[in-house]
Design a protein around this ligand. Structure first.
Ligand code: FA5
Length: 353
């Protein structure tokens, strides 16, 4: 009897057992378990090969050949089955991930520009059309620009009207956009032409919040410095502004007022959008609503910015776009703008993103 008779029989039995097991596997995991069982490092075929070291030189290659034959037939059937199961798994995955192209799409949520932003951009466009440039200034500002250079020295009583949030004794959150006037005047070269700018941005005051006051709100500063600027230029400009924003029939009214940085100073009212001037609850029965402060730039302010006040004069205004938006869209409480209530903000989407 041959030296490797037992191994030959074992391998035949393994072949007869392994091939049906491969065929019976229904998924890749079970199939791999069959491979490990027969061909793994401590699998059944390795067991058979353990006698190899005790065999004669003639028998050793013979057993090697038999084992190769087993491996070849195992691998052939195994690979075919693996391919078949992989294809089936792929088909299953494709079927489960199928996209129904006839389903309606999911609409992405698209935000829109806030109504205050829209209002400010409308005002900016209007002044750009009149030849103004837009200049922005810092929200954290020096006392020097916010007050001193606006002719509001330390301990000036008018500082009380703009109580602020101080960072330290020199630095504060700006209380108005007027400091941009000082910064721009200092930087302007009049040999290149007159100065015409607006400056939109956020301002902060230690005001108690109510229907028309917020501790953080917006202003748009306007400043023109040239030769022979008068109150007539200011009135004409503000009338164009009011009529473009609120309608051709809009009238404006200038009332004497006081700001330390303008002389004379005025408060500007527009006729009430709600009653057209007859008097109603929106305008406290006066027919008018205040939207901005303005005036002729005080000569001291020009001089502090190194501008010769005997040669040049200026007009300035500071308007509140929050109040403008309240008037334009009949919003009865300024706090609505800042509460992020989607039922409110969605009313102003108007297709503008
Ligand atoms: C000023 O702030 C001046 N700097 C405006 C100015 C500029 C005058 C240039 C002359 C020349 P006043 O404090 O009045 O002025 O504010 C201007 C506008 O800001 C007001 O008409 C109003 O529309 C708005 N405003 C003021 N306080 C608040 C507040 N707490 N909440 C919302 N809007 C406000």
């Amino acid at each position: 009897m041959s030296e490797i008779h037992a191994q030959r029989e074992q391998l035949q039995e393994l072949t007869q057992a392994a091939l049906p097991e491969i065929e019976a596997a229904t998924n890749l995991k079970d199939l791999d378990a069959v491979r490990v069982k027969y061909m793994g490092r401590s699998g059944l075929v390795t067991e058979v090969s353990k006698v190899m070291k005790d065999l004669s030189n003639e028998a050793r290659p013979q057993l090697g050949q038999l084992m190769n034959d087993f491996r070849n037939s195992f691998t052939q059937v195994f690979d075919a089955k693996k391919e078949e199961l992989e294809e089936a798994a792929l088909q299953e995955q494709l079927a489960s991930e199928a996209i129904d192209v006839t389903l309606p799409g999911r609409k992405p949520t698209i935000g829109a520009r806030h109504i205050i932003t829209q209002t400010m951009e409308e005002i900016e466009d209007l002044f750009i059309g009149m030849g103004y440039q837009i200049i922005e200034g810092p929200e954290v500002e020096l006392d020097l620009y916010n007050f001193e250079m606006m002719n509001l020295p330390q301990n000036h009583p008018a500082r009380d009207m703009q109580d602020s949030f101080y960072i330290d004794s020199e630095v504060l959150l700006r209380t108005h956009t007027s400091p941009v006037q000082a910064r721009t005047m200092l930087a302007h070269n009049f040999e290149e032409g007159p100065l015409k700018m607006i400056s939109p941005g956020k301002v902060f005051r230690r005001d108690n919040d109510d229907a028309t006051h917020s501790h953080q709100f917006h202003q748009i500063e306007g400043l023109v410095v040239d030769k022979k600027i008068t109150l007539a230029d200011l009135k004409g400009t503000l009338l164009v502004f009011a009529q473009q924003l609120f309608g051709e029939d809009q009238e404006i009214r200038l009332r004497p007022s006081y700001f330390p940085f303008t002389e004379p100073s005025v408060e500007v009212d527009v006729s009430c959008f709600n009653c057209g001037g007859d008097g109603c609850s929106v305008c406290s029965r006066t027919g008018w609503i205040e939207i901005l402060g303005a005036g002729i730039v005080h000569p001291k302010v020009l001089e502090m910015a190194n501008i010769d006040a005997t040669k040049y004069s200026g007009m300035a205004f500071g308007l509140g776009p929050d109040r403008v938006a309240m008037l334009k869209y009949a919003v009865e409480d300024i706090r609505h703008f800042y509460q992020n209530d989607l039922r409110f903000t969605r009313q102003f989407q108007g297709g503008q993103n």
